[in-house]
Ligand binder design. Structure first.
Ligand code: ADP
Ligand code: MG
Length: 679
C-alpha cells in the first residue's frame, strides 16, 4: 500500500462510495490524506453533566441507560437515549440516524461531545458526537479511554462533506490510512528551505489530528507554504527554461514602420497602450523568445497592441498566429484584425473547425484547431493567445520538439492582482493596460432590489424602443456549463418572452446549444435581429456589440465582483451611455453592500482585490480557471508568504537550476507542472 493506491482497496469502500469520492476528486490514498479539514470543533473541555452550563460545549463520559427510535408525525425518526455520567442523567437526541439505536446499546460506555441544552425541560445534548469507551474500569479520568478518541474530547477536524462522506467517516478512514503510509511520505523540501517548519509527515498528521491549536497552526503553516512554494518553483523554472531557448528568428524593429501604422489608426494610443507597447518592444529585441502576459480590461485596446506587433513581425517576413478560445471570438477577431491590417496589404486568414482559409496568409486567426493542423510554423514569428487559454497538452506537443520558439503574447481580460499574477503566472512577464480610451463612457451600474424590478423592465423596454439591445445573464449555478445552468437560462427566457417583455424579440444562448446554433443566435444579436439576449454567464465573454447598452445580471450575489465587472464589460463598447443592472433578491445588507461596490468602482483590478479580501482567491478566476493550481490552505492575500515562497524558489534555482540535487523536489514538480511549456 502506498500513496498512489486506489481508495477502492480500502475495506468498506464499495462502488457507490467510490463514485461519491470521485466527485470530491478523491481517488488515491494521497488524495484522502490531502483532503484537509476546513475547521475544527473544540471539544477539549472535559466536564460532568452537573457542572455544565446550558450553552456550553462539553465532553462527558458515561453510560447508556436506554436508547430507542421515536417516529414523529412527519415520519421523521429521532433516536433518543438516556445517558448517565454518575452526576445527573441527560437526554441525547439524534435526527435521522435510526441505525444508532443498533450501534449503541444499553450498558455501553460512551464519551460524548456537544452543546448542553434544555430540550422539553430536560438537560439534553442534540446530535452529540460520540464514541465508545472500551475500558470497564473507572468511568472518568485518563485511563478510561483505551484508544485515542477521534470524534470527541479534543480538537476535532471538520471536513467538506457530502451525504455518506461525513466528517466522522473521514476521520475514521484517515486515522486508519495515515499510520500505514506515513512512513512512506518523503519530504521533498530541502532542509535549508524547511528551516523550522514541520516535517511533511508530521504536518499531515497534525492537520487531521491536532492536540491543540498551535499544532493546527504549525501544520497549516507548512502545508500552505508547500502550496505556494511549488507553484513558484514550477513557474520560475519554466521562466528560466524560456530564457535559454533561442528564437526562431530574431526581429529587427524599425520604429518608422510602427509610426506609420499608428498614424493610420483612427485614434491615438492611450498612455497605457504606449507603455505596454514599449515593454513588448524591449522583449522583441532580445534573442530569446518573449513570453508575456498582457492584461487589460475588455475594450482597453489589447487587440490593437497585439496587431501592431503582428505588423512588425510581418515586416520581418514572418507570420503571426492569433488564437482565440472559441469560434465566435475567432470571427470577431478576424474582422477587427483584417480591418486594421488589410490596408497595409497584409493577408489575414482564418482557421476554425468550420472555416479554413489560410492560403498564403501573413496573419492567421484561429481556434486551437490551428495547433493540431499540419500548418508549417517554421516561419511563424509570433503566437498571440487570447483569453488565458493556457497551453494544454496538445499545445505542448506542438512545440515540444522545436529547438527554437516564436515570441508568445498571452492576453487576458481577467483582472488579476499583481501579487497573484506574479506567483501564478511567474513564468510570464506581466504588462498591464490600466487605462481605457478617453471617450469611453462609464457603464452606469445599479443594484436593483426586487421592489424595483418592474421599473427596471420598463426602463429596458424604453431603451430598446430607442434602438438599444440588452443582455440578461442568468444566475451562476455551476462553474462549468451544466444542464442546470442551461435550464435556468431557458426558464428565464420563457418567463421574459411570455410574461414580462412579450413584445420584444428574445434570443437564448447557453453552452448546451450546438456551436452552429450558438453562432446563429450571436449572429442575429449582432445584426440587431434580437433585442434581448438571455444567456448563461459562461458563454462568450469577449463579444463586442456596440449597440448593446444594457447588461442585466440575475442573482448577482452569486458572482464575484471581478466576474460581474467582466460581464459588465460586454456593454459600453460603443459611444452610447450603457447600463448594468444587478438584480438580487437577497435582503441581507452585507451582500448588498458588497454588490454596491460595483456602482462606485470601475477598475477591474480594484474589484479583484476586494474579492480577494472578502472571499479569497477562488473568486478571482471563477472556479473554472482556478484549476491551474488548486490551493486548500494558502491564500493570495498572505503577501508575506507569497514573497517568502517566491524568494525561496528563486534562490534554490539560482544554486541548482536543474534541481538534480533534489530528486524528490524534482519529481514533485514534474507531477505538478504538467502545464508548463518548454521541456
Ligand atoms: P481589447 O482587446 O482590450 O478588448 P480592443 O483592442 O479590441 O480591446 O479595442 C476595443 C475597441 O476600442 C476597438 O473598437 C478599438 O478600435 C478601440 N480602441 C482601441 N484603442 C483605442 C484608443 N487608444 N482610443 C480609442 N479607441 C481605441
Ligand atoms: Mg478583446
Amino acid at each position: 500500500m502506498d500513496l498512489h493506491t486506489s481508495l477502492s482497496y480500502l475495506t468498506g469502500i464499495g462502488p457507490s462510495l467510490i463514485f461519491k469520492l470521485k466527485r470530491l476528486n478523491l481517488n488515491t490514498l494521497e488524495d484522502l490524506i490531502y483532503h484537509f479539514p476546513f475547521r475544527y470543533d473544540d471539544f477539549s473541555a472535559m466536564s460532568t453533566a452537573k457542572d455544565t452550563q446550558i450553552g456550553q460545549i462539553v465532553t462527558l463520559q458515561g453510560e447508556i441507560w436506554s436508547i430507542k427510535n421515536v417516529y414523529t408525525r412527519a415520519r421523521k425518526v429521532l433516536t433518543q437515549a438516556i445517558f448517565n455520567d454518575e452526576t445527573t442523567p441527560i437526554t441525547l437526541t439524534w435526527f435521522n440516524q435510526s441505525w444508532l439505536a443498533k450501534q449503541i446499546q444499553v450498558g455501553d460506555r460512551l464519551q460524548i461531545s456537544g452543546k448542553m441544552a434544555k430540550y422539553k425541560n430536560k438537560l439534553s445534548i442534540i446530535m452529540p458526537k460520540w464514541e465508545k469507551l472500551e475500558s470497564l474500569l473507572p468511568l472518568r479520568g485518563p485511563t478510561a479511554v483505551s484508544h485515542q478518541p477521534l470524534h470527541t474530547g479534543k480538537l476535532v477536524a471538520v471536513y467538506p462533506e457530502t451525504e455518506k462522506l461525513t466528517s466522522r467517516w473521514f476521520r475514521t478512514k484517515i486515522s486508519q490510512v495515515l499510520p500505514q503510509v506515513i512512513e512512506k511520505i518523503d519530504d521533498p523540501l530541502p532542509k535549508i528551505i524547511k528551516a523550522d517548519m514541520l516535517d511533511l509527515s508530521q504536518a499531515l498528521h497534525q492537520i487531521h489530528f491536532p492536540q491543540n491549536w498551535q499544532e493546527v497552526e504549525k501544520s497549516r503553516e507548512r502545508l500552505g507554504f508547500d502550496e505556494l512554494f511549488f507553484v513558484s518553483l514550477a513557474t520560475q523554472k519554466v521562466r528560466l527554461a524560456w530564457q535559454k531557448k533561442p528564437l526562431i528568428h530574431p526581429l529587427k524593429i524599425n520604429k518608422l514602420f510602427l509610426k506609420e501604422f499608428i498614424k493610420k489608426l483612427p485614434f491615438e494610443l492611450t498612455g497605457a497602450q504606449e507603455r505596454v507597447l514599449q515593454e513588448i518592444l524591449n522583449d522583441l529585441k532580445k534573442t530569446h523568445p518573449m513570453n508575456r502576459l498582457l492584461q487589460g480590461e475588455v475594450g482597453s485596446g489589447k487587440t490593437v497592441v497585439a496587431t501592431l506587433i503582428a505588423y512588425l513581425v510581418y515586416k520581418n517576413g514572418l507570420r503571426t498566429l492569433f488564437m482565440a478560445p472559441t469560434e465566435i471570438l475567432t470571427f470577431q477577431h478576424y474582422e477587427t484584425i483584417s480591418k486594421l491590417l488589410t490596408p497595409f496589404g497584409i493577408k489575414v486568414g482564418i482557421y476554425t473547425g468550420s472555416k479554413k482559409s489560410v492560403e498564403s496568409s501573413d496573419v492567421i486567426v484561429g481556434t486551437h484547431a490551428l495547433l493540431s493542423s499540419k500548418l508549417n510554423i517554421s516561419d511563424v514569428g509570433l503566437i498571440i493567445v487570447d483569453e488565458q487559454q493556457r497551453f494544454g497538452v496538445e499545445q505542448r506537443s506542438f512545440l515540444r520538439n522545436r529547438a527554437k520558439l516564436p515570441h508568445f503574447l498571452t492576453m487576458t481580460a481577467t483582472p488579476i492582482p499583481r501579487t497573484v499574477a506574479l506567483t501564478l503566472y511567474g513564468d510570464l512577464d506581466l504588462s498591464v493596460i490600466d487605462e481605457l480610451p478617453k471617450e469611453r463612457l462609464r457603464v452606469k451600474t445599479y443594484v436593483v432590489p426586487s421592489s424595483k424590478r418592474n421599473d427596471a423592465y420598463k426602463f429596458i423596454e424604453k431603451k430598446i424602443k430607442e434602438g438599444d439591445q440588452a443582455y440578461v445573464i442568468t444566475p451562476l449555478i455551476d462553474l462549468s456549463e451544466t444542464i442546470q445552468s442551461a435550464r435556468a437560462a431557458t426558464e428565464e427566457f420563457k418567463k421574459l418572452k411570455t410574461k414580462v417583455l412579450p413584445k420584444l424579440r428574445l434570443g437564448l444562448l447557453h453552452g448546451r446549444l450546438s456551436s452552429k446554433d450558438k453562432e446563429k443566435v450571436m449572429g442575429e444579436f449582432k445584426k440587431d435581429k434580437i433585442d434581448i439576449l438571455v444567456s448563461t454567464s459562461v458563454v462568450e465573454v469577449g463579444m463586442d456589440i456596440a449597440n448593446a447598452t444594457i447588461m442585466v445580471i440575475e442573482s448577482a450575489e452569486r458572482f464575484g465582483l471581478a466576474q460581474l465587472h467582466q460581464l459588465r464589460g460586454r456593454v459600453g463598447r460603443g459611444y452610447k451611455q450603457s447600463y448594468c443592472l444587478l438584480f438580487s433578491e437577497l435582503r441581507d445588507s452585507q451582500s448588498i453592500s458588497r454588490l454596491k461596490n460595483l456602482e462606485k468602482i470601475h477598475e477591474g483590478i480594484k474589484l479583484a482585490e476586494l474579492d480577494l479580501k472578502i472571499r479569497g482567491s477562488g473568486e478571482i478566476f471563477g472556479k473554472k480557471q482556478s484549476g491551474r493550481f488548486d490551493f486548500k490552505i494558502a491564500s493570495f492575500s498572505n503577501l508575506t508568504l507569497l514573497e517568502k515562497t517566491k524568494l525561496a524558489a528563486q534562490n534554490l534555482l539560482k544554486t541548482n537550476p536543474t534541481l538534480d540535487k533534489y530528486p524528490l523536489l524534482k519529481r514533485k514538480l514534474d507531477e505538478l507542472s504538467a502545464q508548463a511549456m518548454p521541456d
